[in-house]
Design a protein around this ligand. Structure first.
Ligand code: NAD
Length: 473
């Protein structure tokens, strides 16, 4: 197949799936069922703009798989939303949840608007109307389908959704579990906001800690000192950059839609964010140079490239010019199948989206569990652990004949709070998923790349559920 062939996003996902399916033992019928999008809900609804005009909004909710309930996936606000894109993202959610052992089917939502062109009041009207359309068709609910934030949406939109849902379903005791990514005050969980970026960091760190993998790439073991480029300073890009920097990596460039900033000695993502909030743009950020085009950042000499904006940004055209040794797919679908072929030729390691950015859905799962159990993590055991640790510490000090130093004392005494448990659950999930995928890859010499290994892991897990359900007797 020539490098010029282009695929739609959903076709790209199907192509990667088919490539991986060759390394599994499942019948074609099961594979076809796993691949298919079970339900596609396309809607149009009118809203009245602030100037009094009426606008018809196009929106989607796709439920790719109900092999586990509820199904789960973010809601995207973007002018580029279309049915193919939402279907692809919903399919990726199915595979993502399976890989990280989150017991949900895959779904995704999209509203075809550019949020920058709407007032907050208009956005609220659109979000609330979208939610009520989902309620009408039974496409949302803690046991049915649970949305979350995605590109162009955040805590604010999630709180509008939960409020609309609760007002339409009075008395539903688990209603807070109808959506995740909510503010803490509305039933959110601590650690959700940074979860995807932190998960990206944990996943790439685990890869960087594998001596044989680093040797193959000609890199030293560990994250510290590695040169990193990040595309997108939104939720995922900002937090990815933050955790890489805090752990000793050097963020040499950050690209936004209106420009890319470069500094070989490092960029502080928080300073850049504050600058953008103040001026409305990253352009002319002090202490950094602007690249000629924002997409040039992708082609810089670096160790790790983190695309954290949109899909298809690395494709057959620019992949030959990519110089990074590792690509950590923080966004969904940033690299096309043509790019994958070029990475294999060039020996670039692409750590795939379908598990690397699963931090969001993993912590969303923790949030959903919190909503169903109606209790904050750590509430029951924190004090008990601290009392116990105090007694153990007293015994240690008595045996030692001297007090333990203050810093150590604080660490030993500390009983786990919600944020500690969420971060620890996320770290465990990302490390296990990375090792599992690497094992599949390395134990089957025919598997060409990590993405295919990740798909093999996902296909096996979903197929087992289908066969156990007795759907294919
Ligand atoms: P976001 O809206 O918070 O941020 C996206 C950022 O990308 C924005 O700042 C935008 O200006 C920037 N951008 C747009 N076009 C660009 C371009 N051409 N070059 C550089 N920057 C550009 O969205 P997000 O939640 O951070 O999501 C980003 C990606 O991560 C999406 O692909 C999304 O599907 C994926 N993702 C998000 C989550 C989550 O928890 N938010 C979870 C999994 C995957």
């Amino acid at each position: 197949m020539s490098a010029q062939t282009t695929y739609s996003f959903f076709e790209s996902v199907e192509k990667s799936f088919d490539k991986a399916a060759l390394f599994t033992k499942w019948d074609n019928g099961i594979l076809e069922q796993i691949k298919a999008c079970n339900s596609v809900y396309r809607m149009n609804f009118p809203i009245k703009r602030d100037d009094g005009s009426i606008e018809v909004v196009e929106a989607y909710r796709v439920q790719h798989s109900q092999h586990k309930s509820p199904c789960k996936g973010g809601i995207r606000f973007s002018h580029a939303v279309n049915q193919d894109e939402v279907m692809a993202l919903a399919a990726l959610m199915t595979y993502k949840c399976a890989i990280v052992n989150v017991p949900f089917g895959g779904a995704k939502g999209g509203i075809k608007i550019s949020p920058r062109n709407y007032s907050v009041y208009e956005l609220e009207k659109i979000t609330r109307r979208y939610t009520s359309e989902l309620v009408k068709k039974n496409f949302i609910g803690p046991g049915i389908d649970v949305p979350a934030p995605d590109y162009g949406t955040g805590e604010r939109e999630m709180s509008w959704i939960v409020d609309t849902y609760q007002s339409l379903k009075p008395g539903e005791i688990d209603a807070a579990g109808c959506v995740t990514g909510k503010p803490i005050t509305q039933g959110g969980v601590r650690g959700r906001k940074e979860a995807t970026g932190l998960g990206v960091f944990y996943g790439v760190r685990e890869v960087c800690n594998m001596p044989d993998v680093m040797k193959r790439l000609g890199l030293t073991v560990g994250v510290a000192g590695k040169k990193v480029v990040v595309q997108g300073l939104g939720n995922v890009g900002y937090h990815s950059a933050k955790f890489f920097r805090e752990n000793g990596a050097i963020i040499i460039a950050i690209a936004e839609h209106d420009g890319a900033v470069y500094n070989a000695n490092g960029i502080n993502e928080e300073d850049l964010l504050q600058f953008r909030i103040k001026t409305g743009s990253v352009v002319n950020f002090p202490g950094a140079t602007m690249l000629a085009q924002t997409s040039d950042a992708l082609e810089l000499e670096c160790d790790i490239l983190i695309p954290a904006a949109l899909e298809n940004v690395i494709n057959g055209d620019n992949a030959p010019r990519i110089k990074a040794k590792i690509i950590g797919e923080a966004a969904n679908g940033p690299c096309t199948p043509e790019a994958d072929e070029i990475f294999i030729e060039k020996g670039i390691l692409c750590v795939p989206d379908m598990y690397l950015n699963a931090g969001g859905v993993t912590v969303s799962y923790f949030e959903w569990l919190k909503n169903l159990s109606h209790v904050r993590y750590g509430r029951l055991e924190k004090r008990f652990t601290e009392n116990l640790n105090a007694r153990i510490l007293a015994q240690i000090e008595e045996l030692k004949g001297e007090p333990v130093v203050d810093k150590e004392r604080q660490i030993i005494m500390h009983g786990a709070e919600e944020i500690d448990l969420v971060h620890s659950g996320l770290e465990e999930t990302m490390i296990n998923a990375t090792r599992e995928i690497m094992d599949i890859w390395h134990s089957n010499p025919g598997i060409p790349d990590m993405r295919t290994a990740a798909y093999v892991s996902a296909i096996n897990k979903v197929a087992i559920t289908y066969t156990e359900l007795g759907i294919f007797p």
